[in-house]
Ligand binder design. Structure first.
Ligand code: NAP
Length: 324
């Protein structure tokens, strides 16, 4: 069991699915059945997870499991943070107007909903809420909606945005300050986090969220927000989904300080997946696993289990394919 209430009377249409009951039409090797197993795995106690994960990997070897199984691992000590951005070939996540519907393939949109379902909290910046008025729930896949966390240091967002009033999941508005006051912003609770020049101490934020039982954190955007987590060295994984399109001088994705030479530029271990029309780069920024980084001949322990000799063949029709 997760250590907190994920949803407050979640209104999303998929929330009532009983994940333990197989659908009669499901192919047990097919995506719907495998996804339900992954969701159950994500809610498994840490002690039982390795055995259950190995069982799933052996029973169902395919690129879909390879992608999501590591993210279903429970986190008991420090938080684990994943960032994701969908961008054009020329590195933009939205047009200059803020329009980003849709940069990426529908399969990537489903991927975003799966990431939400596998995380305790989804974090977005005030710019994303202002531009998109997103709901940040798991409407496109079965699974729990995460707690929604909005970074708005100066409390500039009105209470009229959906996340503050739709009741579809718990929402936390993060504002600059060091107060413990129990304030509300629409339906959302307000969390005060120290900031300097309106920039949050993100490590303090991550620790505060972990203290609330929110340890699997998904930073969904936009570019400024993911960049800040990257700069603070807080991202364990960064996924960039590149769509075969050009936006041209729009809102940028990751922006980090210039490096003196190309040899100084970070080249994190990575896995690459075809995802519908897009290419997903799944970068390991944890540093801890560098020696056993995912490479074609040296996959992570979980992936090795997933491609074990006793495993059943890959599901041919899946729109997610590991390239390397
Ligand atoms: N393609 C994608 O993957 C994707 C995903 C999400 C959003 N989007 C698009 O991206 C655009 C928004 O992205 P964006 O980069 O302009 O903005 P953003 O990252 O959504 O929001 C940035 C704002 O959030 C607050 N914030 C974020 N991190 C903070 C920190 N560490 N400390 C203090 N405040 C922090 C600040 O608010 P203040 O400005 O109030 O200081 C900051 O200006 C929208 O057009 C949206 O449609 C695309």
């Amino acid at each position: 069991m997760l250590g907190y209430q994920l949803t407050d009377g979640c209104a999303c249409e998929d929330s009532d699915l009983t994940l333990t009951t197989p659908h009669p039409d499901d192919d047990p090797q097919g995506e719907p059945a495998v996804w339900r197993s992954l969701i159950e795995l994500a809610a498994t106690e840490a002690e039982r997870w390795p055995q259950r994960a190995a069982g799933l990997a052996l029973a169902t070897s395919n690129d879909f499991v390879d992608l999501y199984l590591p993210l279903s691992r429970p986190v008991t000590e420090r938080a684990r943070v994943l960032g994701h951005l969908g961008q054009s070939i020329d590195g933009y996540i939205a047009a200059a107007s803020g329009d980003s519907s849709f940069v990426n393939d529908q399969e990537n949109i489903r991927h975003l909903h799966r990431l939400r379902a596998l995380h305790d909290a989804v974090i977005v910046g005030a710019g994303t809420v202002a531009a998109d008025d997103p709901r940040l729930t798991t409407r496109r896949v079965p699974g729990p909606s995460p707690v929604r966390v909005v970074l708005d240091p100066n409390r500039r967002l009105s209470e009229s945005f959906q996340v503050f009033r739709d009741g579809a999941a718990r929402t936390i508005l993060v504002v600059a300050g060091d107060s413990d006051a129990a304030e509300r912003h629409g339906d959302a609770g307000v969390l005060f986090v120290p900031a300097t020049d309106s920039l949050f101490d993100l490590r303090a934020l991550v620790n505060r969220l972990a203290g609330l039982g929110l340890r699997r954190l998904f930073v969904e955007g936009g570019g400024m927000t993911v960049t800040r987590f990257f700069e603070a060295g807080l991202l364990d994984r960064l996924q960039i989904a590149v769509a075969p399109m050009f936006i041209g001088r729009g809102r940028p994705g990751i922006r980090i300080p210039a490096q003196a030479s190309i040899t100084d530029c970070p080249r994190p271990p990575n896995r690459v997946f075809a995802m519908g029309q897009d290419i997903l780069f799944d970068c390991d920024l944890s540093g801890r696993d560098a020696a056993t980084a995912d490479k074609p001949a040296n996959r992570s322990a979980t992936a090795t289990i997933a491609s074990g000799a006793n495993a059943t063949p890959s599901v041919p029709e899946s729109p997610i394919k590991r390239i390397r």
